[in-house]
Design a protein around this ligand. Structure first.
Ligand code: 13P
Ligand code: SF4
Length: 324
């Protein structure tokens, strides 16, 4: 089969969420990226918030932040392209430093990563001597380097309890920290960072959804405010939400999270009706097929980390990965 024919066949995967005309406008870039991956021995890691033409069209590995970190560590390709945001690309570089790690748009940041600096972490350490600092992976390598261990939304409770102490600092996501605090006896001191996508959901949104779609099952990401998580039916990382839909197969579901997530999960579960109130992450949406192609053609933008920062930051991420 020639490559264009196989690219056309990929459309079957996304037909539920992408009009054919839109897919046709992507086919040239998809074909070029598939060929570039072969010639450069590259893999594409894509977060669950990437658009369906990336997620189902060119990605080799998809998942939540935790899965992408694990897969980055094990990748044996020469080049790793991260279709996600900058902290995810930095984590991949930390865990597999001999590889070329590319991020297609350097501007793909994160409001949580922007909410805290290494100087803030140093001050916290002074103010709370002896209290371990758990840093969400949604932070810069420099902030990770200043902390003791990382966590993701998929393992935060386990990481908190793995330390065997009565009190921890959990930075920078205030809502994640408050949501985890409700599930554990460990005292959690939080920081004031928020995700600009998830902080906008409200309990009133949920009440309205339940009124207009009786029986709907509502899943909320733990970056949502605690009063939202409290009235949702389930809360977990993006991969946990996707697994929930696969296991429970609710007739109707809402994923209170970034918009592309529902598209990507809907493709895998045609029998489930997805109601779609969602918020866009402007950072995730900076990644496109065009700039993935450009990244592979022109080797841009290569992620590098100062070795003095990389060593302690890697330790914090590796400690997290060792938590079972
Ligand atoms: P997950 O680790 O759940 O995929 O979340 C990452 C993220 O950025 C959510 O906003
Ligand atoms: Fe950051 Fe929120 Fe975007 Fe996730 S959705 S990358 S936490 S701004």
């Amino acid at each position: 089969m020639n490559q264009l024919a196989s690219v056309s066949q990929l459309y079957d995967r996304v037909a539920r969420v992408l009009p054919k005309a839109e897919w046709l406008s992507f086919e040239d870039d998809v074909a070029a990226i598939l060929e570039l991956k072969r010639t450069r021995n590259a893999v594409i890691l894509a977060h669950n918030y990437q658009t369906p033409e990336i997620f189902h069209g060119v990605a080799d590995i998809v998942g939540d932040s935790l899965a992408l970190a694990r897969e980055a560590a094990n990748a044996d390709a020469d080049v790793i392209v991260v279709a996600g945001v900058h902290f995810m690309a930095e984590t991949a570089k930390l865990l597999n430093p001999s590889k070329t790690v590319l991020i297609p748009d350097l501007g793909a940041g994160c409001s949580l990563a922007d909410s805290i600096t290494p100087e803030d972490v140093a001050l916290l350490r002074q103010t709370h001597p002896g209290v371990p600092i758990i840093t969400y992976v949604n932070t810069s390598a420099a902030v990770k380097a200043a902390s003791d261990i990382c966590c993701t939304s998929g393992n935060a409770k386990k990481v908190v309890e793995s330390l065997g102490v009565p009190k921890v600092l959990m930075i920078p996501d205030e809502f994640l920290a408050q949501n985890i605090a409700r599930e554990t006896n460990v005292e959690i001191i939080a920081w004031k960072g928020h995700c600009e996508v998830h902080e906008r959901f409200t309990p009133a949104d949920i009440a309205e959804l339940r009124d207009s779609h009786p029986g709907v099952v509502i899943l909320a990401h733990p970056e949502c405010p605690p009063e939202v998580v409290e009235v949702a039916d389930f809360s977990g990382s993006t991969a946990m939400m996707s697994d929930f839909v696969g296991a429970e197969k609710p007739a109707r579901v809402v994923l209170l999270t970034e918009c592309s997530m529902s598209d990507n999960v809907a493709v895998q579960h045609p029998e489930v009706d997805f109601i779609r109130p969602c918020n866009l992450c402007p950072h995730m949406k900076l990644i496109t097929l065009k700039n993935i192609r450009d990244a592979l053609e022109n080797n841009c933008h290569e992620v590098t980390i100062d070795p003095a920062i990389a060593a302690p930051a890697r330790l914090a991420v590796e400690r997290m990965l060792a938590v079972k």
